[in-house]
Design a protein around this ligand. Structure first.
Ligand code: ATP
Length: 252
């Protein structure tokens, strides 16, 4: 059953986050994003004042036509892109006017990323890819190994510890990439078309894993082209021409 709810996202996001009750893991108000058109002095405004927020443990999907600004919104929410107007809070911290370096620290401590093309390092084994990420999160070598093995076990990819990405299927690579993201225990996971390169069976597995992650209290924000997969999230935000035009809550 699907129920339409146009007010939840916009109303919560436009309230100033002044009290603990207003706190959301990710919250954006009136986000404007422009890109320069080539070397010209003209600008292409891609996001025209987007309000967005997601709750603790909520699994939100962002859908919309190609070029509507889905990835740009995800990158602005996660601090990978700066914004030209409005405000973004990540893990309760206002990152809008922070230096890129400070934003990267907030991101490291708060968020994890999953990309369509996995972003694994080809010269490292599955386990070494995860361990490297854990070392970058500040874990010592022994602890990184234990946490990497634990994450691989949870995702059922322990058998890939010694395998290189080139020897893995697309689904296996994505599960290692998810294990890498989860190993650092982020409060928020941003996923940009995580199933875009997968067949339907593996896409199903990956969305099921993201669902499980959300059920443990991690907020998941996923861009997808698949309405079928979006329907398996808690809420779907529809973006068109850089504006949110609908927010659809999915009942169980
Ligand atoms: N770094 C950039 N520099 C210039 N323009 C950009 C940049 N990133 C995105 N754009 C432009 O912003 C618009 C929205 O792109 P975006 O990738 O966010 O859309 P999308 O909805 O995710 O599309 P798709 O579904 O095809 O991936 C497009 O016109 C794109 O060309």
């Amino acid at each position: 059953m699907i129920s339409h709810n146009n007010t939840k996202t916009d109303a919560t996001a436009s309230d100033a986050p002044e009290s603990a009750e207003d706190w959301r893991p990710v919250q954006a108000q009136g986000v404007i994003k422009r890109f320069r058109l080539g070397r010209r002095k003209e600008w292409n405004e891609v996001l025209h004042g987007v309000d967005f927020s997601a709750d603790v443990g909520e699994f939100v999907s962002i859908v919309g036509p190609s070029g509507s600004g889905k990835s740009t919104l995800l990158y602005c929410l996660s601090g990978l892109e700066s914004v030209d107007g409005g405000a973004v809070r990540l893990g309760g911290t206002d990152i809008t006017r922070m230096s890129r370096q400070d934003v990267s620290v907030v991101r490291r401590d708060t968020a994890g990323f999953i990309f369509q093309d996995y972003n694994l390092i080809d010269s490292l084994t599955g386990r070494a890819n995860i361990e490297l990420s854990l070392r970058l999160c500040g874990h010592r070598a022994g602890q990184a190994r234990r946490l990497a093995e634990d994450a691989m076990g949870r995702l059922g990819v322990g058998y890939l510890a010694g395998a290189y990405p080139s020897d893995m299927s697309g689904g296996e690579r994505q599960r290692i990439a998810i294990a890498r993201t989860l190993a650092c225990s982020p409060g928020i996971v941003f996923a940009d078309e995580p199933t875009g390169a997968l067949d339907s069976k593996n896409a199903d597995i990956v969305v099921g894993l993201l669902r499980q992650i959300a059920e443990t209290g991690t907020t998941v924000v996923m861009v997808t082209h698949s309405l079928e997969l979006a329907a398996r999230t808690d809420r779907t935000v529809v973006l068109r021409d850089g504006r949110i035009v609908d927010s659809i809550a999915h009942a169980d």
